[in-house]
Write a protein that binds this ligand. Sequence first.
Ligand code: FES
Length: 160
Amino acid sequence: MNEETRARRHLLDRIREDRLVTRRDYLRLLVTVSGGLLAGTIAVASGIFRRHGTETGAARKVADSVATGESFTFSYPGPDDPAIGMRLDDDSLVAYSSVCTHLACAVLWIKESGKLECPCHNGVFDARSGDVLAGPPPRPLPKIELRERSDGIYAGGGSA
Ligand code: FES
């Protein structure tokens, strides 16, 4: 075998090895992408990416009482769904998910302004409706129904 034949054979061997690596890499990429899509599909189907406060739940006592102009925090409908309730100046009770609809910071009740404010990017929400008054939040705060009974304040459930 002369030098030129040896060099040609060596070059062909390298090309074959490169093809194998390319196929392996392609298969690895295919398996990774398919696995990622499958995991994402399972996560969406199981509700991992649901929006806070968009579910309704059974009626549950969330506070004993609240004075006019004051607020209280609770979780609803699940333990990982932070919420805030307030008694407004006209004695009405309102409650919302306290997860800002922009980037999920916690909104705060500002008694002096009578509004809900998000300190992260200065989002401002109307306390009566949950509507966005200022800032970048794209949607109103999800509302939670509150009912006052003789033994306390209840969230959700639909019946008093
Ligand atoms: S996270 Fe609330 S305004 Fe950005």
